[in-house]
Design a binder for this molecule. Sequence first.
Ligand code: ANZ
Ligand code: ZN
Length: 839
Amino acid sequence: MDYNHRKLEKKWQKIWDREKLFSINDFSKKKKFYALVEFPYPSGEGLHVGHAFTFTFMDAFTRKNRMEGKNVLYPMGWDAFGLPTENYALKTGIHPQIATNRNTKRFREQMKGLGLSYNWDREVNTTDPEYYKWTQWIFIQLFKHGLAYKKEMEINWCPACKIGLANEEVVDGKCERCGAPASKKKLSQWLLKITKYADRLTDELDLVDFPESVVASQRSWIGRSDGVEIKFRLEKGKDYIPVFTTRPDTIFGVTFFVLAPEHPMVESLINLEYKAQVQSYIKASQEKMELERISETKEKTGVFTGSFVINPINGKKIPVFIADFVVMSYGTGAVMGVPAHDLRDFAFAKKYNLSIIDVIKPKEKILPKKTPLVISDSTDHGVYTGEGILVNSERFDGMPSQAARKRISDYLFTKGLARDSVQYHIRDWIFSRQHYWGEPIPMVYCENCAKNGITFWDRPEEKKNKPLFEPEKDLVGWFPISENELPLKLPKVKKYEPAGTGKSPLAVISAWVNTKCPVCGARAQRETDTMPNWAGSSWYFLRYCDPKNKKRFADSKKLKYWMPVDIYLGGAEHTTLHLLYSRFWHKFLNDIGMVPGKEPYQKRRVHGVILGENGHRMSKSRGNVIISEEMIEKFGADSLRIYLNFIGPYDGTFPWSTAGIRGARNFVERFWKFVQSEIKKENKKSDKEIGILINRLIREVGEDIDSFKFNTAIAKFMKFLNETEGKQISKKDLGQVLKILAPFTPFLTEEIWRIYYKKTSIHKENWPKYNLKLIKKESDTLIIEINGKVRDRIAIETEISQKEAENLALSSEKIQKYIKGQAIKKIIFVPGKLINIVI
Ligand code: ANZ
Ligand code: ZN
């Protein structure tokens, strides 16, 4: 029988579809297992081999879990809102929904071609109104609970895309999508208060199994900073201005004081003499973007106000400046300047010739007691930002900085001049986009109600519902549409171009915009912004638990059965945004009693990347994209799967290699021929050593799959084939091998299985058990070294003890020659492998 992958793979695809081989039941008595891979954006190019890489090893993993008797939820869907499809519509006039449907169809076929064993009856699509109905519904709940608000905001603006950008979409000052330099624009935006969850998003990372690098970048993105607020009194008048600092131990080193240009106290502090200068400075800084202002490398600028504050620790007079490296959105918008120990303060002090006082000395540089300490304004001054010992700090001198931090704040606490403060770098999530191809934000603005000062929470029927968080003040006139009007569908438009005025294309469809106020019935307008493409992916894992539910986003019993996701595989690029946003939504839904558990994902793993054959990232513009369909056509899905599993560790980065996939194809063919030749020999027993080899293979392949070492699993099959070719193997034993190879080459193993073994699928078989006793008897080689040099090798049983190994080694004739008359200092033993005698 020839190995014709085209015929064979098409045939099984059809049969599996017909038999609904991988569909599952909720509430089965089997142990549930929820395996999730990030759903793709269905681009027009189709599935490339990088997609195939990440999907195919997860597929092997889930197939093994299924064979072990678990009820495996392994769904797939489409994260289909977004700019590329909208831009395509702009260019071609083809409705984004039509393009999306075409692309998803192609993706689905290609995934089936690859033999991916998804629960296809649970597919979701974020652009399906039956899906985004619930995305809108969740938004309404967020609004009702005080977590969505509207604010006139200076946003990052891409003049080329004519779209507002979230901070994370601006990379090096440029639009992430098109590369044009980003500018600023004032727009009224919807924001979500992710900041209210900042503490839990940090702390509750302890509850989950995420790679350390993921935990670290989530923590640093949230940027929790524990410090103190210290009040500085104005020299004139009674007012105090608080600063936020993480280094109260440096307070004796304060030589200037800085307010953000937007600080509310600025006005009252400006001395007449300096007024003109200060005002022109404030105007200039309004033109800059926040990112530019806080950049470490940009030149620090500022102006003197003519006023002074008093340092609460020693009563010293400190000049007050206004400088735009201090931002109003962090801490208190005011900073105590310590140039000796802070880089930005240092640059500022240099520029404006302010004095620099060392107050922390690195431990090793502590000066002998009698040396007079120089209060320095010298030019050869460096900045020391580390920990050390206090100097120039009166009664705190000689104290380690960490201890001084506490002592100084305690002293100020008792005087009522300080309090603990925790700050977070994370900002509220800007949730408005001025685009067509996204979920319409289901809100209505009523001028009439706004005039009467009515908010959503003022309505009598809302009085008894207590929002989780205090709503923002300026939301008069804004109301969600009634929940039974959901989904609020995207209207048909003639043009997909953003209005360019900052409004979305929906703004020009007056029939859609004009509506009635859900509260007073007066004429009102719909919100015309749409949601960011992060919205649909923030809760899709919940919908998979119950994708067809019409009454709820998912039934609570089903959620309870399936959640949390046991393993979530995704890309490194989704570490900070998608992962944070979806954890935030899940925590909120948990707070309002809609989902079980605090965290949605129990385990996160980050997959690697397949580069183009030339070692560059695959991209259409580089022309190095390898489409999996073409590889499947040429080499077969089983060979592609073997190649991608074998290429290296799942989290590595590898260039595609056509030679590599040829090698994989050779292995597949060899295996095919091996089976063909063995299976014909009737009624035979396996050779004795085959039994041992197979037991070992079952154990090792199983362990490798469990620990995501797919490449070494494949290597073991290759070794096995080398060791077995030419020997006798029984049909039963061969069946065991087929079963454990089935997760990797589902087509080929199914073909053989259904011809020679059973009428039912191999993929419904149980994962084989191994016999530990047989493995234990297996012999191995013990390497014996003297002082790290190999001196002998002896055959042993794998699991001998150190004592046994020592006895064996010391009784070897070769070894005895070396150790004769020598003292043995140490013996190092690596079980089953090596013993090293140090003499
Ligand atoms: C005095 C000081 C001395 C500071 C020193 C640092 C080192 P993180 O760790 O990121 O929280 N800061 C506070 N509010 C600011 C604002 N609105 N704009 C710009 N900078 C601000 O940083 C905390 C430090 O950032 C604070 O501690 C403050 O400078 C500065 F040797 O206070 B520090
Ligand atoms: Zn109204």
